[in-house]
Design a protein around this ligand. Structure first.
Ligand code: AMP
Ligand code: MG
Length: 409
């Protein structure tokens, strides 16, 4: 990296950010609160699973040798339901009625499904019409897991299936990575709240709500520092507050305008600026720095679409890593273009797009018209961003283009 003012590629910027992030501290939570979080310590099963030889069908527990020739008539000597243990053993010529999930009675070595039986002799005996080999319709103890084995390893994201595994393993509390704290500071003299009527030169602060939801969606814990005017002393106070968090996201005030004080104030607060310009469109002015206590500081452009794109490309991967997820950069997929997509000039282009799956299961994408980086409405119909390297001519229908899905990953 030549100087911090050098126009950096997005790949170099993502690498620079990733050098300053690693999974955060581990915390213990009840299993019920673990959905979506990333495991920090292994989960070890405390029992054999299944803990006993378990019937996998409703039917009769038998000795396989007794039903090798069919039809075979066996005396019913008992019944065992799930959650109960058989009071008797199965002797030669005998059967015990059994339900799915019940432990196999001693003496038996197979289960005959009820569909292959018929009760005879006033219900005191069963006639078996189909032979079963020993072990049939039984899951023996410890078939799936031996007590003491690891069932989930660190780095696994806890979805419903992983939560079921942890529950079966007896993990009532689990160790996960803490949510990174993310301070959000919005700057600009022109801003009024959502519930206010803008007058004269004012506009509504749409970046505040956008950033809060982006942070929440990315697994961060929002620390809302509100809105601050373009005033050095007010900015200094609020930035010092923000540097107490794991991450500080600042909206606006980072480009070359006379009132863009953020880079200067950050430097005066001891933040080392790593880069402040990227070769992407939208989003050329975007700043990344490191505070004295390691806070990762992102200065995002005030223009709403630029801020959104920069967050997705840089901040979200950083929050993923801090939360233990392995997402160093957004997923890009190939899609068949429907309609045209504009040429790119000297910077890599990101533009709003609609991804769909067509009738034969292939992925298509349509470029959406928008008014550029200042348009807070331009991305609201998009579920993807078309990515086009610099210097490319217009793409046309049928071309394959790269797209970052916004919804599924
Ligand atoms: P800045 O990056 O501070 O130069 O801001 C660039 C432009 O983005 C401003 O002129 C505003 O029109 C717009 N903008 C800045 N902050 C916000 C915000 N919080 N919400 C919506 N638009 C904003
Ligand atoms: Mg501003």
């Amino acid at each position: 990296m030549a100087t911090v003012d050098h126009l950096l590629t997005i790949e170099a910027a993502q690498r620079a950010v990733s050098e300053h992030v690693s999974p955060g501290r581990a915390v213990s939570v009840p299993l019920g609160e673990a959905i979506g979080r990333v495991l920090a310590k292994p989960i070890v099963c405390d029992v054999d699973y299944p803990p006993f030889d378990k019937a996998m069908m409703d039917g009769y527990a038998v000795r396989a040798a007794d039903v090798a020739e069919t039809p075979a008539v066996l005396r019913i000597v008992g019944q065992v339901a799930a959650g109960h243990e058989a009071a008797k053993r199965v002797g030669a010529g005998e059967a015990i009625q059994i339900n799915t999930g019940a432990p196999l009675p001693p003496g038996a070595d197979a289960v005959v499904p009820v569909e292959n039986t018929e009760c005879v002799q006033d219900g005191s005996a069963v006639s078996v019409s189909v032979a079963v080999p020993a072990g049939k319709h039984i899951d023996p103890a410890a078939k799936y897991v031996l007590a003491g084995s690891t069932v989930l390893s660190p780095g696994v994201r806890m979805g419903p299936a992983q939560i079921a595994s942890a529950a079966a393993a007896g993990a009532a509390e689990i160790s996960i990575y803490a949510r990174p704290s993310v301070a959000i500071l919005v700057t600009g003299d022109e801003l009024v709240d959502v519930d206010a009527q803008p007058r004269g030169a004012q506009i509504r602060n749409s970046n505040g709500p956008m950033l809060r939801s982006l942070v929440t969606q990315a697994g961060g814990e929002v620390v809302d520092l509100g809105v601050v005017c373009d005033d050095k002393s007010a900015l200094t106070d609020r930035i010092r507050e923000g540097l107490a968090s794991d991450v500080l996201c600042i909206s606006g005030g980072i480009s070359m305008g006379a009132f863009d004080f953020v880079p200067e104030v950050l430097a005066s607060c001891g933040v080392r600026i790593v880069f402040r310009k990227l070769a992407i469109k939208p989003g050329k002015p975007v700043l990344f720095g490191i505070g004295e206590r390691g806070t990762r500081v992102f200065g995002l452009p005030g223009n709403p679409s630029s801020g959104f794109v920069c967050f997705r490309l840089l901040v979200r991967p950083a929050l993923a890593t801090l939360s233990g997820r392995d997402e160093r950069r957004p997923v890009e997929i190939a899609a068949r273009l429907i309609g045209d997509c504009p040429a790119t000039k000297d910077r890599q282009g990101y533009s709003p797009a609609r991804i769909a799956i067509d009738g034969d299961g292939s992925v298509t994408v349509e470029h959406l018209s928008w008014h550029g980086s200042g348009d807070p409405f331009g991305l609201s119909c998009a579920n993807g961003l078309i990515v086009r390297p610099p210097g490319l001519p217009k793409a046309v229908g049928g071309d394959t283009v790269s797209v970052i899905p916004l919804e599924w990953f």
